[in-house]
Design a protein around this ligand. Structure first.
Ligand code: SAM
Ligand code: SF4
Length: 326
């Protein structure tokens, strides 16, 4: 089993399938297209599946496919179908910006996908463009509605960034009340490619809750699911659910059960810090499954107690979010 030195059991795997993206969110990517990894350096779907099988044998029972933008990788539905042979399809989910979701939805549902998190930072086009440096709000909204109609479990994730997200809170509250889709605000973390992050740019979860309750009245906390990074609240007046992922102001490292596989085949035992194992080298040098399992176990064993973004000793991660897989 994948247990680290602090007794945390690791059951959740995030798999990034690409570092490429069709948006340029200010808190993640640079404005100018970065030098992407050569495609030959990205794990093939077969390689991803081989690693996932090893991880599942070690107790992983939950997989999220991410990126970059996972839907820009060709034939993502093939990977979903292959994953659905390895673990329960209800434990497979996708994180996407939603731009390409509508057109790929039939193939993805056919492949077995049942759950999707759509990242959406704003509910008006000019704010959407301000945040993503691209247009496309209507495509994302159409995708969300189509995914709901197709019977998918849908959650919406929004960045919590000072001087931006404040203007979106009321609209998201109404959206949550109307659609009954959970909306989660994720505090801006120091993982932007431009290196502009500063603690003052984080809109804290507590401030979001205060502002929402000023607008909508009381928010009632819901029981926290084990290992879940979000704390969810019910808007009493409208019935919508708002979640807070306070990764900066209230880190939840003590409950972390996640490991990550980057698109170029590196293990990450934490979003922060550095790569913690080179799976691709093993896969491409004829190593057996035991060697992959040993690498994974040692990466988990080396996990630190916390991510340290609030410590003076914190060192900026070596890669921005789009190249790790959020
Ligand atoms: N492109 C897909 C998307 O946007 O959903 C998947 C990858 S993206 C890196 C995954 C999530 O990371 C998104 O919800 C995005 O908002 C979040 N994210 C990216 N950079 C972030 C940062 N610096 N702080 C907090 N969240 C960030
Ligand atoms: Fe692309 Fe997602 Fe990063 Fe936005 S957050 S730039 S959509 S990878």
């Amino acid at each position: 089993m994948l247990v680290d030195g602090f007794g945390r059991r690791h059951t959740s795997l995030r798999i990034s399938v690409t570092d490429r993206c069709n948006l340029r969110c200010t808190y993640c990517m640079p404005a100018v297209t970065p030098k992407y990894q050569a495609k030959s350096l990205l794990l093939t779907y077969e390689e991803i599946i081989r690693f996932t099988r090893v991880a599942v044998d070690l107790g992983v029972d939950d997989v999220r496919v991410t990126g970059g933008e996972p839907l820009v990788r060709a034939d993502l539905d093939h990977l979903i179908a292959m994953l659905a042979q390895v673990l329960d399809p209800s434990r497979i989910s996708l994180t996407t910006n939603g731009v390409l979701l509508l057109q790929q939805l039939p193939r993805l549902t056919e492949a077995g996908l049942r759950s999707v998190n759509v990242s959406l930072d704003a509910l008006d086009e000019s704010s959407f463009e301000h945040s993503t440096r691209r247009r496309g709000l209507s495509m994302v909204l159409d995708s969300i509605h189509a995914a709901v109609d197709a019977g998918m479990k849908v959650k919406v994730n929004a960045i919590a960034k000072r001087d931006f997200t404040e203007s979106q809170l009321a609209a998201f509250g109404h959206f949550a009340n109307r659609t009954k889709l959970p909306v989660r605000f994720i505090e801006y973390m120091p993982l932007d490619a431009d290196g502009n992050w500063d603690p003052a740019n984080v809109l804290s979860g507590s401030e979001i809750l205060r502002r929402l309750s000023e607008h909508f009245g009381p928010l009632r906390p819901l029981p926290r699911r084990e290992g879940a990074p979000a704390v969810d609240y019910k808007i009493e007046s409208g019935g919508g659910t708002i979640g807070i992922v306070a990764s900066v102001t209230e880190p939840f490292c003590q409950a972390c059960n996640r490991i990550r596989l980057t698109a170029d085949g590196k293990i990450r035992n934490c979003l922060f810090g550095d790569d913690s194992g080179d799976v691709r080298s093993l896969l491409r040098s004829g190593a057996n499954d035991q060697a992959i399992a040993d690498l994974l176990k040692s990466a988990v064993a080396a996990k630190k107690r916390g991510h340290g973004s609030d410590d003076l000793v914190f060192v900026r991660p070596s890669r921005p979010m789009y190249s790790i897989g959020g």
